[in-house]
Design a protein around this ligand. Structure first.
Ligand code: PBG
Length: 324
């Protein structure tokens, strides 16, 4: 006699679905898109097969396709030409910045699209760091006004969510203040709260040509060994006005997603980063993994850990797999 037989709850697809604890749907996904200054452009990113850098015209078409598939959330990253880069990244809030114009155009054409920005100096910086560099040191407080200007320009361009990925101390408060002073009280902030100094960002830095010219990011991004420190970062971000807390990368940090979700009432988001995408894609292209099944399992694991939303390069593929 065996009283408990857990297999009874797995005996048919209907029962399995009935007792499924975690749901994953396209509405949870945020699709990252790389934007270039050329109007017409679609260049593949070698280390991220299937992902491109887009010029505005092709980008609008890509977004239209995604919307038709139910992907409604997008985060934009700019590929800045070398001649526009500088020590302090002033081009980031220049009114001629193509990134801002592209955002305006997207919101005009597709007001229903939920558009998130990236705030950090690295795409705009000749040093390739997220803050101002002086004698090899990344300056914190001197960087904050630039991040604030950049955020204000993005809010004015129509971005729905501002996404500070820089990891400077005090930036959420600085950004919330400038937005509110200019009456952008309805513009949200998604804080990259627990952003680790990770080897998994490699393909992204190829895509943007934004790798640090010297040194690494360990004085501002977190040590992968730490979890309590993620809670400290999150406490500060919530106090300073963050609407969402992000953990990045996702797969090696599911425990951190879980912890933040236990401790905080604001939604937690996970960034399934470029290197995580590249690993799955490369294995699938070699025939070593079933792509659709692996993507579903990894995204589901992030939801199970406690993520409300997931930034993922798999978003469009996943949406397409559901139509099959
Ligand atoms: C930089 C930024 C990075 C990513 C998003 N914003 C890279 C970095 O910190 O060097 C990485 C995203 C990915 O790997 O997919 N502010």
């Amino acid at each position: 006699m065996m009283y408990q037989r857990p297999r009874r709850n797995r005996k048919s697809p209907a029962i399995r679905k009935m007792v499924q604890e975690t749901q994953l749907s396209v509405s949870h996904l945020i699709y990252p898109l790389f934007v270039t200054h050329n109007k017409k452009d679609k260049s593949p990113i070698v280390s991220m097969p299937g992902i491109h850098r887009w010029g505005m015209e092709d980008l609008l078409q890509e977004i239209e396709e995604c919307l038709a598939l139910g992907v409604e959330n997008f985060v934009l990253f700019p590929v800045i030409p070398e001649e526009k880069k500088s020590k302090k990244g002033e081009y980031s809030y220049d009114e001629n910045n193509f990134y801002l114009k592209v955002a305006q155009e997207i919101k005009k054409r597709f007001p229903e699209a939920n558009l998130m920005s990236d705030v950090a100096l690295d795409p705009y910086s000749t040093d390739g760091h997220d803050g101002i560099v002086e004698n090899g040191v990344i300056l914190n407080d001197e960087t904050l006004p630039i991040l604030s200007q950049m955020s204000l320009a993005q809010a004015q361009a129509g971005f729905d969510i501002i996404g500070p990925s820089d990891m400077m101390d005090g930036r959420i408060a600085a950004i919330r203040e400038i937005l509110d002073v200019h009456n952008y009280t309805n513009t949200s902030i998604m804080a990259y709260s627990a952003k680790y100094a990770s080897a998994f960002y490699g393909p992204f830095r190829d895509a943007l040509d934004s790798a640090p010219k010297a040194g690494d990011k360990k004085t501002y991004q977190m040590n992968p060994a730490n979890k309590k420190e993620a809670i400290l970062e999150a406490v500060l971000d919530v106090e300073e006005g963050a609407d969402f807390l992000m953990v990045k990368p996702a797969l090696s940090y599911l425990d951190v997603i879980h912890s933040l979700n236990e401790h905080f009432t604001v939604p937690i988001t996970a960034y399934n980063v470029s290197g995580e995408y590249a690993m799955v894609k490369a294995a699938a292209m070699n025939g070593w993994l079933d792509y659709d099944a692996t993507v579903e399992e990894t995204l589901l694991s992030m939801r199970r850990a406690g993520a409300s939303a997931i930034l993922t390069y798999h978003a469009k593929d996943y949406a397409q797999s559901l139509k099959k």
